[in-house]
Design a protein around this ligand. Structure first.
Ligand SMILES: NC(=O)c1ccc[n+]([C@@H]2O[C@H](COP(=O)([O-])OP(=O)(O)OC[C@H]3O[C@@H](n4cnc5c(N)ncnc54)[C@H](OP(=O)(O)O)[C@@H]3O)[C@@H](O)[C@H]2O)c1
Length: 320
């Protein structure tokens, strides 16, 4: 297993690799190919794997669980996280595209969700469990009850959220016995709203609009980590920006910096995130071992400040 920088996730004591693998797309792989993917990442130093009950309607967790049995390392060598709280609508979901019927943070749904996750992964406990997307009808007391029961039974060790803003975290946290450790949010060089609004404070241009309630600062202040989902996608799931002819300026700049450090554009797109001072954990989603190795190499690159800003400008941003 290679050395890869680790970060402490929240106040949990979990020493997680700064680059992690998201298994959202794993359900479309054979078990043999999935085993290659997890072996590749583990050998490169990855010790953290992110799932969700809805990914390919449970198939991604099942494939990961089967691959884990074939792998040369065991369950206790890694951290496994999953997410729940979305009720799938099978009539609107198709392959990679999954849509919810509703969000549901009721105690019963959360307990059943974790049981389903453990069953599909075929493991006894999750290192962490996240609430996937804020449920407008959430009752914090019920969530607190569910978390207490899940922790007491040994099924879940730590808890966090995904796609929450600071106020939602404040309300929920005030009911919990456990400290929330992470907020999983979309972030990458083509999805920088949290950075833009911080740079454009008090301006009147579009970049000054704060869609995230100062989350970068909020989470740092509260000692929670961001897990950056879809780091190479533009839009929500439109596609990767790397090698995409729609983004010539960004690709040219990524290539120029990649040549300097003797790595690939994937590595620089990863290094752009890890250069942030917030110890952001990058959730890679590729199922291609070559792409994954290239991306993980980014953890060894320390961009200088001008390089970081030049990549930000090449993605279409300006300074006031
Ligand atoms: N909390 C949430 O709401 C939420 C939402 C979405 C995702 N997530 C998490 O984030 C993880 C990553 O999401 P993602 O899969 O969208 O991430 P990503 O790493 O941004 O995108 C991976 C996709 O881009 C493709 N791709 C094309 N060119 C590539 C290149 N040069 N390098 C790498 N990939 C390239 C990959 O194809 P190949 O496989 O061919 O490389 C793959 O289909 C998920 O697995 C999940 O754990 C969380």
């Amino acid at each position: 297993m290679a050395n890869l920088k680790t970060i402490k996730l929240g106040q949990s004591g979990l020493e997680a690799s700064q680059i992690a693998l998201g298994i959202m797309r794993m359900g479309s792989l054979s078990v043999a190919d999935a085993t290659k993917v997890i072996e590749t990442t583990y050998n490169a130093g990855v010790n953290f794997y992110d799932a969700a009950d809805i990914y390919l309607n449970g198939k991604s967790e099942k494939t990961f669980g089967e691959a884990l049995k074939q792998a040369s390392f065991s369950r206790d060598d890694i951290y496994i996280q999953s997410k729940g709280g979305i009720v799938l609508d099978p009539s609107r979901s198709n392959g990679d595209l999954v849509f919810g019927q509703r969000y549901d943070f009721s105690k019963q749904h959360l307990l059943e969700a974790v049981d389903g996750i453990l069953q599909r992964l075929d493991i006894d406990y999750l290192d962490s469990f996240l609430l996937h997307r804020p449920d407008a009808l959430m009752e914090p007391e019920e969530i607190a009850d569910a978390f207490n029961e899940l922790q007491a039974s040994g099924k879940v060790r730590h808890f966090g959220v995904s796609n929450f803003n600071g106020s939602q975290i404040d309300v929920l946290q005030s009911y919990l016995n456990q400290k929330l450790i992470v907020d999983q949010l979309q972030f990458g060089v083509m999805h920088t709203g949290m950075v833009d609004s911080g740079i454009h404070v008090n301006m009147t241009d579009a970049d000054s609009v704060d869609h995230d309630s100062g989350l970068l600062e909020y989470l740092r202040f509260h000692k929670m980590n961001i897990q950056a989902w879809s780091p190479y996608q533009y839009g929500m799931f439109e596609g990767a920006f790397i090698d995409n002819p729609k983004f010539p300026e960004l690709n040219a700049k990524l290539q120029e910096v990649a040549d300097k450090y003797n790595v690939t554009k994937n590595a620089i797109a990863t290094a752009w995130i890890t250069r942030m001072p917030q110890n952001i954990q990058v959730l890679l989603g590729s199922m291609n071992p070559k792409h994954l190795q290239e991306s993980i190499a980014g953890a060894d690159v320390q961009l200088d400040k001008q390089e970081w800003y030049d990549i930000y400008f090449a993605a279409g941003h300006t300074l006031p």
